[in-house]
Every structure is written in structure tokens, then in C-alpha cells.
Design a protein around this ligand. Sequence first.
Ligand code: PLP
Length: 348
Amino acid sequence: MFDINNLLRENIKNLTPYSSARDEYTGEASVFLDANENAFGSPLHTAYNRYPDPLQYKVKIRLSEIKGVPARNIFLGNGSDEAIDILFRSFCNPGVDNVIIVPPTYGMYQVSANINDVEARKVLLTPDYQLDMEGIAEAIDKHTKLIFICSPNNPTGNSINRDDIETLLANFSGLVVIDEAYINFSRQKSFIQELTEYANLVVLQTLSKAWGLAGLRVGMAFASEEIIEVMNKVKPPYNVNEASQQLALEALNNVQQVNNWIKETLEQRDNLVLRLKEFGFVQDIYPSDANFILVKTSDPKKIYDYLVSKGIIIRDRSKVELCEGCLRITIGTPSENNVLIETLQQYK
Ligand SMILES: Cc1ncc(COP(=O)(O)O)c(C=O)c1O
């Protein structure tokens, strides 16, 4: 049975979190002489002289309306990369505990594990980019705290079978972290509606992809209240800055614009796939549920270098295990995609 106390690091269980100036009073106030800010203002058109809301209440309320998840089940981070790091710091004892990652997948799980001195046990995806359930079962031991599943997966683009993820959720006594950075582009349903079903579920999403706010660095984790409380305790007090909170709030009122872009991205993706298939050097294009495609080619390095020489940057993934020969291409605007195709037409 899942019990967060069996998972938490002892030092985190006993941690007294930083108490900010604004945490320490209750009631109404109009004169703030408590946080050593510049009381006069900022040398800008907008005033940023006050520290931001540490728990980003307004943004969470709006997200809660959009996602149908209570605000108390939402953590906000400086990108979802911060949420990944905080999960390591909260649950994994350096040099003792381990996590499971399922490559080829998003690189930050391994990097965060390395930074936190936590072993990342690799269980390769199957050749059709699904979970090797037996391999995962064998890799789990009593020190396994987290399993990272990216769905839709980066760089392969496919979604991971829902039944397999549910099997892990039902049987693993640690946390199953499902990274849904690309969920807005997917035909699959998000796991965020399953939070009441699984106490060990953490879903990561981000405003960096479909929402078009990568520069603001706002990522989300959805989980049980007790997991969110731990993450809030461990995070830096003001981890999402005031400009990002204000702009995220404004952007979250523009759902229609984002939905239009998603639709257009998917149309562009289908179109790009059709056009790329006509090139002799394209051997395969994997089905994608994301805003990028993984393309297997006969000479990835040469194509990559050629495109760079023409000022077009894609991602060479050909050195990644199970992605031999592959290039990852983000779906651009119609004119960017045209430039890509026209440039490739001149490739010899
Ligand atoms: C699967 C996945 N998760 C997370 C991230 C990072 O998201 P954020 O910008 O919110 O840190 C990326 C970025 O490429 C990603 O591909």
C-alpha cells in the first residue's frame, strides 16, 4: 500500500521550510516594511519591486478551472524541469536510492539523477517504443523511488500504452511520474483525472510547448495534496517570478488561440510527413502524438550538417540507442516547413 512516509527522505520529513516575510502575518496590510524590498518602485513601466506570491495562487486557480483539478493538487515550478529536480531532492537519498528511466526519452531525468547523485536504472523501451514491463519489474528494488514515463515520449513522439502505465501505478510502491509535456498534441487522454484513483501518481505538464511560453519558465506538477505539500516545502520560496505569474495568467485566458495553434500544428505535421516521405533518404517516419516527428534517414549526420549550413536547426538523435539514423524535427509554421522541404529538395 502506498505510504508517502516510506518514500520521503528523512531530512525532508523533518524539514522546517523557509518562512518568508509575507508568510508570517495574517490580516490586511498596506505598509510593507518586512522584506527589505525597494519601497519606491522599479526602474521600469511595471512595478516588480515586491516579491511574488510564493504559492502562485491566482495562476493555480485559473489552471484549476482549465484542467478540472483542485488548486491544492497543483505545484508550479520554474519549468517542469524544476519539478523533476524537486522530486529527486524530496524522495531520493543520494548514493542510496534509485529511479527508473526508460530510454530513449527526455534527457533531464538522467541529468537530474546525476546532479542529485541518484542511480538512474535504464530499462530500454521495446523496439516499438513501448514499456518493457518485465524489464521494469526486474529493475525495481526496495530503493526504487521514482519511475519516469514520458508520454507522448520525447524524442520518439508516440504515446505509451495506457494499460501498462496503469499496471505500474497499481503495483509500484514508489511514485510514477508521467511527463505530459506534449499532451496537448496527443490523441490520448491525460492522466490528471486519475489523481483520486492513484496516490502515487505525479503528472507533469508545462506552458513551454503548446502554450507557447517556453521563455517564461512555468511548469506544473499535478499530484495528491500530500505530495504537493512536500514539493512546496522543498522548492525555493519564490520559484516562479512575478512577470511570469502575471503573463501566464494573461495567457491562460487565451485558450482559443492555443487550441487554434494546436490544430494548425497537427495539420502541418500531417503535411510535413507526406512531403518528407517523398525523399529517397527518408526510411521511416514514426507515428507522432507530439509537435515533432522522428525521422529515420540513411545519412543523418550529413543531412543535419547540410541543414545547419543553410541555417536550419533540427535535432540529430542518431547516436541515441534505438534511434539510430534518426533526426527529430519540430513542426514549424507553414513557411518554416516550406523552407525545410525546399532546402531538402536541393540536398544531394
Ligand atoms: C518531455 C519533456 N519534459 C519537460 C520538458 C521541459 O519543460 P519545461 O520547459 O517546462 O522545463 C521538455 C522540454 O523539451 C520535454 O521534452
